[in-house]
Design a protein around this ligand. Structure first.
Ligand code: CO
Length: 286
C-alpha cells in the first residue's frame, strides 16, 4: 500500500515537473508588422521580405500583422483575415511563444511605429503570454540608415539621371514630428546628386516645393518612384494615376516628361537588408 502511494506521488511529481519544464521552454518567434496594403500585387512584395527573413532565421517561425485597421477591414470583407499587432501577439502567446521580436516594416518612426511600440510594451510580461519582446527599428531611423538607403538608390538609379532629368521620390508624409525624416533624407540624397528630390503626399515637402526646385534646376524629365514599402494605393493613384490631381498629371501639365517606376522599396534586396539589419539587432536582444 505504502509503495503504491509513493509510486503515485512520484508519478504525480514527475508529471508536474515535466509540465513545469515545458512551461520553461524557450520558444522564439518573429512578428513582421507593416502598415499593410489591399493591393494583391503589392501584397506579393511582402513575400520578398518574408523570404529574406526566413533565409536569415530558418528555424524561427514567422507571423505577420498589419497596423492599418482600414486595410484589415477591407481585406476581411474579401475573406482575407489579417491580424492586428495586438491580436498577433495574443495568438503567439497562446501558441506558446516565450520570446518574440517584433520588426517594424514602416519607413519612418512615425505614428504607426509609435503605436506599435506602445502595443509591444503593453505585451511585455503578459501573464501566460509572451515573456520577452524586443522591437526592431523602421527603415529610416539612424544616420547610417539614411546614408545607406541613399546609397542604395544612387547605385540603382544613378544612370537614369542627367543634367535635365531628375528623380522624384514620393513619400507618404505625416503630421507627426517624424515627418522631419523626409526633408532629412533629402539631405543625404542631395549629397550624392542634386537631381534626387523628395516630396510627400500628406506632409512636407509638398509637390509644389518639388516643382519649384525642378524648374530652378531646369529639369525636363521627371522619374517618379514611391518612397514606400510597396507600390499600393498611394503609388498607383496619387503618384501614377491618370486623375487630374495625380503627381503624374500635375507634372505633365507643368510641361515635364514623366516616367513612372511602380516599384515599392521592398522590391529591392538592398533595401530589405536595412530592415534585416534592424531585425538582427532586435533579435540579438531576445
Ligand atoms: Co495614406
Amino acid at each position: 500500500m505504502k509503495i503504491k502511494i509513493v509510486a503515485l506521488l512520484l508519478a504525480v511529481f514527475a508529471g508536474y515537473s515535466s509540465n513545469a519544464h515545458k512551461e520553461n521552454e524557450v520558444k522564439k518567434g518573429i512578428l513582421l508588422v507593416t502598415f499593410g496594403t489591399s493591393y494583391p500585387e503589392a501584397q506579393k512584395v511582402f513575400k520578398n521580405i518574408e523570404k529574406k527573413v526566413q533565409q536569415a532565421y530558418p528555424e524561427i517561425p514567422l507571423r505577420w500583422a498589419y497596423t492599418s485597421k482600414i486595410i484589415r477591414k477591407k481585406l476581411a470583407k474579401q475573406g482575407q483575415i489579417i491580424n492586428s499587432p495586438a491580436e498577433a501577439l495574443a495568438k503567439m502567446g497562446e501558441e506558446g511563444f516565450t520570446h518574440v521580436t517584433v520588426q517594424s516594416l514602416h519607413v519612418i518612426p512615425g505614428e504607426e511605429y509609435e503605436n506599435l511600440e506602445k502595443t509591444v510594451n503593453a505585451f511585455q510580461h503578459m501573464p501566460k503570454g509572451v515573456q520577452k519582446l524586443t522591437f526592431g527599428k523602421p527603415l529610416l531611423y539612424s544616420h547610417s540608415d539614411n546614408e545607406r538607403l541613399a546609397a542604395v538608390f544612387h547605385n540603382e538609379f544613378e544612370n537614369k539621371l542627367s543634367k535635365k532629368s531628375a528623380m522624384v521620390f514620393m513619400g507618404h508624409g505625416t503630421h507627426h514630428q517624424a515627418n522631419i525624416y523626409y526633408p532629412g533624407f533629402q539631405y543625404y540624397l542631395s549629397e550624392l546628386n542634386k537631381n534626387y528630390l523628395v516630396g510627400t503626399v500628406e506632409g512636407f515637402p509638398e509637390l509644389d516645393k518639388v516643382i519649384e526646385k525642378l524648374k530652378a534646376q531646369k529639369i525636363e524629365k521627371v522619374i517618379l518612384i514611391p518612397l514606400m514599402s510597396v507600390a499600393g494605393d498611394h503609388a498607383q493613384n496619387d503618384m501614377a494615376g491618370s486623375e487630374e490631381d495625380s503627381w503624374k498629371t500635375i507634372l505633365e501639365n507643368e510641361g515635364f516628361e514623366v516616367e513612372i517606376i511602380l516599384k515599392g522599396m521592398a522590391e529591392y534586396d538592398e533595401v530589405i537588408a536595412i530592415w534585416l539589419n534592424h531585425l538582427k539587432s532586435a533579435f540579438e536582444e531576445l
